[in-house]
Design a protein around this ligand. Structure first.
Ligand SMILES: Cc1cc2nc3c(=O)[nH]c(=O)nc-3n(C[C@H](O)[C@H](O)[C@H](O)COP(=O)(O)O)c2cc1C
Length: 192
């Protein structure tokens, strides 16, 4: 297989699979949800999580107003919901009603937590910066919700029970499989 090298990076800048998630927000009596693929853990202490959101998203306005957001991780069988909230605008109506989205109660914020999420974070906004055409929002995680049965006693996602949703780009969703999981101890491998 031949590799291609190009300085036209815009044409090929989203090549690796990402975890698809749903960011939720609440402000002024409105709940909203949007799909995200650009997000990551940033720090353990304090526990910080970052999301990259266009300022044109209705969700962005709610987050700026309330200084809170939720990040919800869903299994592949909820991928239609991710595509639904990622393909509709909160300005045009209540997505929770329209897509019949069930929710759990938040404990430290007012953001909706999705019932179908196997894990979810409630975050308080601590930073909001502009990077190109997106905003980088950093939240301190103030509460975590997770489906206990979906994780092993070591708190590793149990791939026999949950198929996490990956987004490959171009509206394609996929998952990982249990038989590909390998334990490679970095202390052993770093010394080889
Ligand atoms: C799989 C997927 C991933 C997405 N990732 C992001 C993202 O990381 N950041 C972003 O700003 N928009 C992203 N979007 C687009 C928003 O979800 C979409 O514009 C949504 O309609 C915004 O809703 P809102 O206007 O109600 O906030 C993604 C869409 C999909 C389908």
């Amino acid at each position: 297989m031949a590799k291609v090298v190009s300085q036209d990076v815009g044409a090929f800048s989203q090549h690796y699979p990402k975890i698809a998630a749903i960011v939720t927000a609440h402000s002024g009596g409105r709940d909203n949800a949007m799909a995200v693929a650009w997000h990551t853990s940033i720090a353990f202490n304090p526990p910080l999580y970052g999301i990259s959101i266009s300022p044109h998203r209705f969700t962005y306005q709610l987050i700026v107003d309330s200084k809170e957001f939720g990040v919800n991780f869903l299994p592949l069988d909820a991928a239609e919901l991710i595509a639904s909230v990622g393909g509709s605008k909160g300005q045009e109506g209540d997505k929770f009603q329209r897509f019949n989205i069930a929710r759990d109660k938040p404990v430290k914020t007012a953001v909706p937590i999705l019932k179908t999420a196997y894990a979810a974070y409630e975050c308080k906004l601590v930073d909001d910066r502009s990077y190109g055409d997106h905003r980088w929002l950093v939240g301190e995680i103030v509460a975590v919700h997770w489906l206990k049965d979906a994780f092993t006693p070591e708190e590793i996602l149990d791939l026999d029970k949950i198929h996490p949703t990956l987004y490959l780009g171009k509206e394609i969703y996929a998952t990982t499989s249990r038989d590909t999981a390998r334990t490679l101890d970095r202390k052993v491998y770093g010394k080889r």
